[in-house]
Design a protein around this ligand. Structure first.
Ligand SMILES: [Zn+2]
Length: 125
């Protein structure tokens, strides 16, 4: 029996952290401290792009956290999504959103390094 509660607590804390980060990014994007200076506004627009990508990253993280919490609720958290074998708790400590066991994750990594030739064939009418 795995210590589900500890992982759940960890993910809930992480979710709180990410939610707070998103809130402060949102505040920055809305420029509640509007500056009149045009140059500063131009800089702020550049910052907006950075903030937006940070916001998107936080958004993705939140999706992973929620998915992991759902997996805990469904008792599937400790099992590989691909082959169904157990994911070691040590791996989940390091990567709380992993959905794959070590060998499946390595497999995926290996496959993603192989160039995908399908695209060039498909585009050639
Ligand atoms: Zn697996």
């Amino acid at each position: 029996m795995q210590n589900t509660e500890a992982f759940k607590q960890k993910l809930i804390n992480l979710r709180r952290e990410v939610t707070q980060r998103m809130r402060s990014i949102d505040r920055d994007i809305r420029h509640e401290d509007l500056s009149a200076d045009w140059n500063e506004q131009a800089t702020e627009r550049e910052n907006d792009e950075v903030l937006e990508s940070l916001g998107n990253a936080a958004d993705r993280e939140l999706t992973h956290i929620n998915a992991a919490l759902e997996r805990i609720e469904n008792d599937t958290y400790f099992f590989c999504e691909d082959c169904g074998s157990g994911i070691p708790a040590a791996r989940l400590e390091l990567l709380p959103f992993s959905t794959l066991c070590i060998s499946c994750a390595e497999d995926l990594e290996y496959r993603s390094t192989i160039p995908n030739n399908d695209n060039s064939i498909g585009n050639d009418h």
